[in-house]
Design a protein. Structure first.
Length: 190
């Protein structure tokens, strides 16, 4: 049985995103211990939870398209059109400028799902057969204000540059919140 779109958002999408954020915090804590086995475990956990959150946030569009809530414009008739419409509301957290993170997250989800991308490769932000999500420090190399200040984090390796997964997920979740006019609970709240 398919959940209603809002229940799916609050009970599936948001918890997956929050679980990933907790895995990122755990990675930071593990890195402080300098214990290679704890760091390795935390890296795998963060990569797994980051991949899961990518799937759930990206595929929320499928749930919305099927449910057709009243806030979706009548002009939106396809899944691709829905994602383009949401992308027009996707802004960076700090600068409030439009970003293409809806498409980027879709490319990440597809690359993780299929491993080898066989269509639209030239237009994708991630390359076929390459690593898409990795855990590493990008201190001084990322966009200003994105991700962690130093330390290991899960990042997207895109053609346009390295981006923290946490930032991309935040921007896309916020875009869905904007279009659906739904509040977001604080981490740990139901």
């Amino acid at each position: 049985m398919q959940l209603p779109w809002d229940e799916h958002f609050y009970e599936i999408v948001v918890p997956a995103w929050q679980t990933y954020l907790q895995a990122e915090r755990n990675l930071s804590e593990a890195a402080k211990t300098k214990d290679d086995s704890k760091i390795a475990r935390a890296v795998y956990d963060a990569l797994r939870e980051g991949g899961a959150a990518s799937f759930y946030v990206h595929h929320f569009a499928d749930v919305v398209m099927r449910a057709r809530p009243s806030w979706v414009p009548n002009s939106v008739q396809t899944l691709a059109a829905l994602r383009r419409w949401v992308a027009n509301h996707c802004k960076t957290l700090r600068t409030e400028t439009l970003c293409d993170d809806v498409s980027l997250l879709g490319d990440v989800a597809d690359a993780l799902k299929h491993a080898i991308l066989t269509h639209r490769i030239a237009t994708r932000e991630v390359a076929a057969n390459d690593a898409v999500l990795v855990a590493k420090s990008i201190y001084g190399k990322g966009r200003y204000g994105e991700g962690k200040f130093g330390g290991i984090q899960v990042v997207i390796l895109a053609k346009s540059g390295t981006r923290p997964l946490s930032t991309v997920l935040q921007n896309v979740v916020d875009a869905w919140r904007r279009v659906a006019s739904v509040p977001l609970p604080r981490i740990g709240e139901p």
